[in-house]
Design a protein around this ligand. Structure first.
Ligand code: TRP
Ligand code: ZN
Length: 903
C-alpha cells in the first residue's frame, strides 16, 4: 500500500462464497534461504453454490512469478499483479500448476515462509499462505494437502509438515527430501512446514480408543533440556479433552516446534503446532512458576484447536471468535482443572480471578477506546489487528455464559451436537449458538446480541428489604456508560445476562434462596448450589424477589463473574470488609477486597493530583491484615487478594487518567501496608519457604507467590534492610527462576526507593549467569524497563541505554517486547513522563518496527489509543506523537490503528 491510498475496508455483510473450490493441493518446496522455489499443483473446480466468474482470482504477495500450466500445458493467459494472480478464462474443472519463488531470509515480517536461526518456518494465519504461493487464501476453501520438501541435508536434516510422513530419501548434490500427507481437509491458514537443525523429545502414548500416537517436541539441540514440561502439558491436554469433551487426537503423530522469532504465542497448524520458545522451553533454572503455568495453558490452547478450529473451522475471519473464544474457554477450564481438579471450586477460583483480572484490565480498556468492536466484528482493514482481547477473552466469557446457563452437562450436549452437525465444515458463530440452543431446547435469539454489540455493559443494582413481609427484592438495570463508544452506536436492545447471586446473613453464612412464584422443581433445576441462583436478566430493567428472607441480607453479586459486565452497587466500606471476610464465593471475596482497595486508591490519587497530603486508611490495613493471617485461605488466594489493582487499571477508572497521581497513591499505600504489617510480612515470608527440590505444582507455586509478595512489600520500607538481607540471601541460594527473579526485583525496588545500589551486582551476575538463555535475558531487559524511576533517575534514559546493548535486537519480537513494550505498557508512571519523552520514544519505535514487522509495530501502536482519556497536557503530547506516526507509517496494520485513534 502506498502512503496516501485510502485503506480498503472489508465488511462482514459483503461475504460471498468463493467462485472456485480447490479440492487438492500438492506442494513441492526447494528450500534455499535466499530463494525458495515452490511448485503448487491444484485441482480446481467451479463452486456450484457461487455466482459464476470467468477468471480465477488467486491471492499472492511478495512472490516472483515463474510459470503456469493448465492440465499439464503451459498457460499464457495469466496476469501477475500486486495482490496476486489472475488466471483468465478457465474451464469448469482443471489442474492448475503454478511455479513461483520468494526470499525467506529477507522476510522480517515473520508471516509466510521465513528463516530464524538458519532454520525455515512458516506462519500462515491469517493471510500468510499467499506469501508462499498463489491461492484462494480464505478459510472457507478447504483442501487435502500433500507436501514434498527438498533441502540441503547438512543445513536441514529435519523436514516437517502437516500430517503423516509417507516417504523420504536422498537426492543428488547432498540434498534430501521428505513427503508428507495430511488426511484431513483444511484451510490454507493451517498449513505449516519446518526445516532445519532440530532435535525432539519423543513419547508414545495410547489414546482412548487404544491407538498408539507419536508425540514430539522439536527444539534447537541446546534446548532439549527444557522440553519435559511442554511434553507433560501436551499429554495432560490430550487426556483432559478425552475426559471432559470426549474428543480424541485424530492423527498418528502430533508435533510441537519451538522458534525464537515469532509474532504471537503459538499457532495450531494441523498436527504441527509452531510455538514461540517462550511457551515451550522451561526448566527450574530458567523459567518461573508463571512461565510453567503459561506453557501448560498455551500447549493446551493449541492442542484444543485441533477440534475447535481445525476439524470445525471459521467460514470467514469475522467468525474468528468461533474458534478463539471457544478455545480460550477450553484452555481456561483445562488450567483450572490442572490446578484444582474438576470439582474443587476454591482452587479453581484462583485461575478464574487471574482470567477476570486480565479481561477487566485489557478488554474493558479496549472497549472504551477507538478499537472497540463486537466479539464478531463488522469490518476491518487488517485482520491481524483483530486478534484482540475482545475476540479472545470476551469471546471466552460469551462461551462461558452458555455453560453458566445450561450447566456443564448441558454445555457438553451442545458441543456434541456442534461436532455432529459441523465436523469438516467452515461455519459461523450463529451455527455454534444454534447447536447450543437446540441441544438444550432453548431459543437463544436474544443471546446473539453478545456477538454483535460492542462495549462493556453495566448492570446497576438496587435492593430493598421488607422485614415485615420477609421479602428481599433485587432490581437489575442494564445499559452502557454515557459517552462510551457502545452507548453512541445504535443499541440493539437488552442482552440476556446470566447474573449469579447469593444472599449472606448477618452471621456470614449463605441464606437458602427461594424466588417468588418459583416451584420447588424449578428451584432445583435452576440451582447450581442451593445458595447461589443464576438470575436471567433479559429486559432493560427487571426485579427479582426472594421470599422467606428472615433477616436483612448482604447481596453477593455476579458470583464467579457470571457475565462480562460492570456491576454498580453502593456497598459501604464495612460491607466490603464483611464480604472479604465471609463470602462463600471465593471470586467475590477477592472482588470485595479489590473494590475496597480501588476506592481508597482512587481517593488518594485525586488528592495526590491536587497536591494534598495523603493519609493511610486504617480499615484497609485491618482488612489486609485479616486476609494475610487467615490460614484457612490458600496462599495463592491470599497472594491475589493482597495484590493491589494495577496502576493501569486504576488510571482507567479516573475521569481523566493521571498516571503520576496514581503512581504516587499506589506507592503510598504499598509503603503504608509494608510499614503497618511489617511483622506479618516477615512471618509470612518465613512461613512460605519451599526448601528442597523445585516443584512446579500449584501448591508450591502458591507458597512462593505469597513469600515473594511479602518480599516485594518489605522492599518498600523506608529502611529496607530486612528486604535487602532476605533478597540477597534468596538470590544467592535460589534453585529456581521464580525465587531468583523475585529477589532481583526486590533488590532493584529497594534501590529505586532509597537510592542504594543493592541491585547493581545482582543484575550483572544475572546477565553473565544467563547470557546464553535468550528467554532469561528477556527477563533481564524487562525487569529494568519496568523499574520504578525517580526525578533524579528517569527510566527513559536506562531504556535508551539498553537499546544500544549488544544483546538488544529490534527484529526479534520477544526482545523488542521485553524492552520497548515493557517500558511503554508496563511502566505507566515513567512512560507518561510530563516532558513527553516516553511518547517521542514510542513514536520512534513504532516507525522503526513498521519497516521491519508491521504486526508487531501495530501492537505497539495501540499503546496510545486511549489518549483522549488523559489529562490535557498528556493528551496533547500523545496526539502529537500519534500524528507523527500517522504521517510516516507505511503498513496497513499501523495505519488502521493510528487513523482510528485520531479519527
Ligand atoms: N491462532 C493462533 C492462536 O490463537 C494465534 C495466531 C493468529 C497467530 N495469527 C497469528 C500466531 C500469527 C502467530 C502469528 O492460537
Ligand atoms: Zn487460538
Amino acid at each position: 500500500m502506498s502512503d496516501t491510498a485510502t485503506p480498503t475496508v472489508i465488511r462482514r455483510e459483503d461475504y460471498a462464497p468463493p467462485a472456485f473450490l480447490i479440492d487438492t493441493v500438492d506442494l513441492e518446496f526447494d528450500l534455499v534461504p535466499e530463494r525458495t522455489v515452490v511448485k503448487s499443483t491444484l485441482r480446481v473446480r467451479r463452486n456450484p453454490d457461487a455466482t459464476p466468474a470467468p477468471h480465477l482470482e488467486l491471492m499472492g504477495e511478495q512472490l516472483e512469478f515463474i510459470g503456469a500450466q493448465i492440465d499439464g500445458q503451459a498457460y499464457e493467459n495469466v496476469r501477475a499483479h500486486e495482490h496476486g494472480l489472475t488466471v483468465e478464462n478457465v474451464p469448469d474443472a482443471f489442474t492448475l500448476t503454478l511455479t513461483g519463488a520468494s526470499n525467506p531470509e529477507a522476510n522480517t515480517t515473520l508471516s509466510g515462509l521465513y528463516v530464524s536461526s538458519s532454520n525455515f518456518f512458516t506462519q500462515c494465519e491469517a493471510e500468510g499462505f499467499r506469501r508462499i504461493t498463489w491461492f484462494l487464501d480464505r478459510p472457507d476453501v478447504m483442501s487435502t494437502y500433500t507436501v514434498t520438501l527438498r533441502a540441503d541435508k547438512t543445513a536441514c536434516p529435519v523436514l516437517l509438515s502437516n500430517g503423516n510422513l509417507i516417504e523420504e530419501g536422498d537426492l543428488p548434490d547432498g540434498r534430501h527430501y521428505a513427503k508428507w500427507e495430511d488426511p484431513f481437509r483444511k484451510p490454507s491458514y493451517l498449513f505449516a512446514l519446518v526445516a532445519g537443525q532440530l532435535v525432539a523429545l519423543e513419547e508414545r502414548i495410547k489414546t482412548g480408543s487404544g491407538k498408539e500416537k507419536l508425540l514430539q517436541v522439536w527444539v534447537e539441540p541446546h534446548d532439549l533440556d527444557k522440553t519435559r514440561h511442554a511434553m507433560d502439558s501436551l499429554i495432560h491436554s490430550i487426556r483432559w479433552d478425552e475426559r471432559r469433551f470426549g474428543l480424541e487426537l485424530d492423527l498418528d503423530r502430533f508435533m510441537i516446534v519451538a522458534v525464537s522469532d515469532f509474532n504471537m504465542g503459538a499457532m495450531e497448524n494441523k498436527g504441527l503446532n509452531i510455538f514461540n520458545t517462550k511457551y515451550v522451553l522451561a526448566n527450574p533454572e530458567t523459567a518461573t512458576d508463571v512461565d510453567f503455568a503459561n506453557i501448560e495453558a498455551v500447549v493446551g490452547h493449541e492442542y484444543f484447536h485441533n477440534w475447535t478450529g481445525n476439524r470445525v473451522t471459521c467460514r470467514d475471519w469475522f467468525q474468528l471468535s468461533l474458534k478463539e473464544g471457544l478455545t480460550v474457554f477450553r484452555d481456561q477450564e483445562f488450567s483450572a482443572a490442572m490446578s484444582g481438579g474438576d470439582e474443587n471450586e476454591a482452587a479453581r477460583a484462583t485461575k478464574r480471578i487471574e482470567d477476570v483480572r486480565v479481561l477487566r484490565q485489557m478488554q474493558f480498556a479496549e472497549d472504551a477506546g477507538p478499537m472497540a468492536h463486537p466479539v464478531r466484528p463488522e469490518s476491518y482493514v487488517e485482520i491481524n489487528n483483530f486478534y484482540t482481547m475482545t475476540v479472545y477473552e470476551k469471546g471466552a466469557e460469551v462461551v462461558r455464559m452458555y455453560q453458566t446457563l445450561f450447566g456443564r452437562d448441558g454445555f457438553r450436549k451442545g458441543m456434541d451436537l456442534y461436532f455432529q452437525r459441523h465436523d469438516g465444515q467452515a461455519v459461523t458463530c450463529d451455527d455454534f449458538r444454534r447447536a447450543l440452543a437446540d441441544a438444550n431446547g432453548r431459543d437463544l435469539a436474544q443471546f446473539e446480541r453478545w456477538y454483535s454489540q460492542a462495549g462493556t455493559p453495566r448492570v446497576t443494582v438496587t435492593t430493598q428489604y421488607d422485614a415485615a413481609a420477609q421479602r428481599y427484592s433485587v432490581t437489575l438495570a442494564q445499559g452502557y456508560a454515557n459517552g462510551s463508544p457502545a452507548a453512541r452506536e445504535t443499541q440493539k436492545g437488552p442482552l440476556l445476562i446470566p447474573f449469579a447471586i447469593g444472599l449472606i446473613g448477618p452471621d456470614g453464612a449463605d441464606l437458602p434462596l427461594k424466588l417468588e412464584g418459583e416451584h420447588e422443581d424449578q428451584q432445583r433445576a435452576n440451582t447450581t448450589a442451593s445458595t447461589t441462583r443464576v438470575l436471567e436478566l433479559t429486559e432493560a430493567q427487571q426485579t427479582f424477589t426472594f421470599v422467606e428472607v428472615a433477616q436483612k441480607p448482604l447481596p453477593s453479586l455476579l458470583r464467579n463473574f457470571s457475565a462480562p459486565v460492570i456491576v454498580e452497587y453502593d456497598y459501604g466500606n464495612d460491607e466490603l470488609a464483611f464480604l472479604l471476610a465471609h463470602d462463600s464465593d471465593p471470586f467475590n471475596r477477592w472482588e470485595a477486597g479489590q473494590r475496597l482497595a480501588t476506592r481508597e486508591l482512587l481517593a488518594l490519587a485525586a488528592r495526590a493530583g491536587a497536591r494534598q497530603p495523603l493519609e493511610m486508611n486504617d480499615a484497609l490495613v485491618q482488612a489486609f491484615s485479616r486476609v494475610l493471617n487467615d490460614a484457612s485461605l490458600s496462599p495463592s488466594f491470599r497472594e491475589l487478594a493482597l495484590m493491589l489493582p494495577s496502576e493501569t487499571y486504576l488510571a482507567e477508572q479516573m475521569a481523566e487518567s493521571d498516571p503520576a497521581a496514581v503512581h504516587a497513591a499506589r506507592q503510598f499505600v504499598r509503603k503504608g501496608l509494608a510499614t503497618a504489617l511489617k511483622t506479618e510480612w516477615l512471618a509470612a515470608y518465613d512461613a512460605n519457604l519451599t526448601p528442597g527440590a523445585y516443584e512446579p505444582t500449584p501448591e508450591a507455586a502458591g507458597h512462593r507467590g505469597l513469600k515473594n509478595l511479602a518480599l516485594a512489600y518489605l522492599s518498600e520500607l523506608a529502611d529496607p534492610a530486612d528486604a535487602v538481607r532476605l533478597a540477597s540471601a534468596q538470590y544467592a541460594a535460589a534453585n529456581n527462576m521464580t525465587d531468583r527473579a523475585a529477589a532481583l526485583s526486590a533488590l532493584m525496588n529497594a534501590a529505586a526507593g532509597t537510592g542504594g545500589d543493592y541491585a547493581k551486582q545482582a543484575l550483572a551476575d544475572f546477565y553473565s549467569r544467563f547470557e546464553k538463555e535468550p528467554l532469561v535475558i528477556d527477563k533481564w531487559f524487562s525487569l529494568q524497563a519496568t523499574q520504578r524511576g525517580t526525578a533524579q533517575r528517569p527510566m527513559i534514559e536506562t531504556v535508551r541505554t539498553l537499546m544500544r546493548h549488544p544483546a538488544f535486537n529490534l527484529k526479534n519480537p520477544n526482545r523488542a517486547r521485553s524492552l520497548i513494550f515493557s517500558f511503554c505498557a508496563a511502566n505507566p508512571a515513567q512512560f507518561h513522563a510530563a516532558d513527553g519523552s516516553g511518547y517521542a520514544f514510542w513514536a520512534e519505535q513504532v516507525i522503526a518496527l513498521d519497516a521491519i514487522n508491521p504486526q508487531v509495530a501495530a501492537r505497539l501502536a495501540r499503546n496510545l489509543e486511549l489518549w483522549r482519556r488523559f489529562t490535557p497536557a498528556l493528551r496533547d503530547a500523545m496526539r502529537a506523537a500519534l500524528e507523527q506516526v500517522a504521517a510516516q507509517a507505511k503498513s496497513r496494520d499501523v495505519r488502521e490503528i493510528v487513523e482510528k485513534a485520531l479519527a
